[in-house]
Design a protein around this ligand. Structure first.
Ligand code: ADP
Ligand code: MG
Length: 301
């Protein structure tokens, strides 16, 4: 006597077969699946997944670019591959996604610490052209790029100026340009970085510290906005700048403060006033950079 589960299995099989036959009423689908060169018994088992893959394949045939991609994972197509008695499905990258990945591969050279992600897309090409205030800075950066391969690396800049004038954007655009030539850089939002460095005391403090010290290009973004302590001034900033000075590693700063104002702010910590130590930091910054100013309207919305 036939048991119930055998009976159920048979019913399932018949249903699967029917849905496969229904799907094959579309001659393009039929051609698509028979091209896999596996027996009909196997195809039948995968009907619904093959239909999905077929839909994605059709989407790709009509597609003009990533913006209009209709697939479940944009830039990829759900694709079957026949393997003896099974069919394997995977997401295969399309030519548009591949092109895009190639274009942005250089961005891995640019590391952001506590910075907004969209700064990775800053570029000279997309820069506002309506502001004369940034002309000298862009000129400095063009020369910086031209001279970067010289034995003696060009100096970074200390860029001070009003809030939202585009200081961070400009330095990020420079780093992006050099990233395309394979130069690695780190952009650090300085106040937040101090907090995360402090939090790493028990874990990878030395590793983080040395990494920042040695990276080919460094930006300390918004220096002077932090709560200065003896530790941040004398154990973090001081040694990093000293090392980078001795090794001619270009270092950039953006700040709302002039160097003079920064000196005053570095002198005062919760432990008291130390003008000599503040002076020493400023001397190092002066050794490492040329000072430029960007006063402009606030671009933040
Ligand atoms: P700052 O660092 O001086 O406070 P930001 O660099 O953060 O200013 O710029 C403020 C905003 O304006 C950001 O959203 C940035 O993306 C945009 N922005 C600034 N300068 C440019 C530029 N030259 N071209 C395009 N967008 C810019
Ligand atoms: Mg900024």
């Amino acid at each position: 006597m036939q048991n119930v589960s055998d009976f159920m299995n048979k019913t399932d099989d018949i249903e699967l077969k029917h849905s496969f036959q229904d799907a094959c009423a579309n001659s393009d689908f039929k051609k698509y699946v028979y091209n896999l060169n596996v027996s009909e018994d196997i195809l039948i088992k995968y009907t619904s997944r093959l239909e999905e893959a077929f839909t994605e394949c059709k989407n790709c045939a009509m597609c003009k670019g990533l913006d209009t991609c209709k697939n479940a994972v944009p830039g990829y197509a759900y694709t079957p591959t026949a393997k003896e008695k099974i069919i394997d499905f995977s997401y295969v990258i399309c030519k548009y996604q591949e092109e895009q990945d190639k274009k942005t591969a250089y961005q891995k050279n640019l590391e952001l610490l506590e910075m907004p992600k969209d700064i990775k897309n800053a570029s000279f090409k997309d820069m506002y052209k309506d502001d004369k205030a940034r002309v000298p800075i862009v000129k400095y950066f063009k020369e910086f790029i031209d001279n970067y391969d010289n034995d003696e690396k060009p100096k970074g800049i200390y860029l001070n100026g009003s809030f939202g004038s585009g200081k961070t954007y400009l330095v990020a655009a420079l780093f992006n340009e050099l990233a395309k030539k394979g130069v690695r850089s780190v952009l650090i939002y300085y106040p937040e970085f101090l907090r995360s460095l402090k939090a790493s005391f028990q874990t990878n403090y030395d590793e983080q510290f040395n990494y920042i010290k040695k990276v080919p290009l460094l930006l300390f973004d918004d220096i002077g906005a932090e709560n200065c302590s003896n530790w941040s001034r004398d154990e973090v900033l001081g040694p990093i700048l000293q090392y980078r000075m001795e090794n001619h590693l270009p270092t950039f700063f953006t700040s709302n403060l002039t160097l003079e104002e920064l000196e005053n702010s570095l002198a005062i910590t919760s432990s008291g006033v130390d003008k000599v130590k503040a002076r020493r930091i400023i001397e190092r910054i002066k050794q490492l950079t040329n000072s430029l100013e960007l006063i402009s309207k606030n671009r933040r919305n």
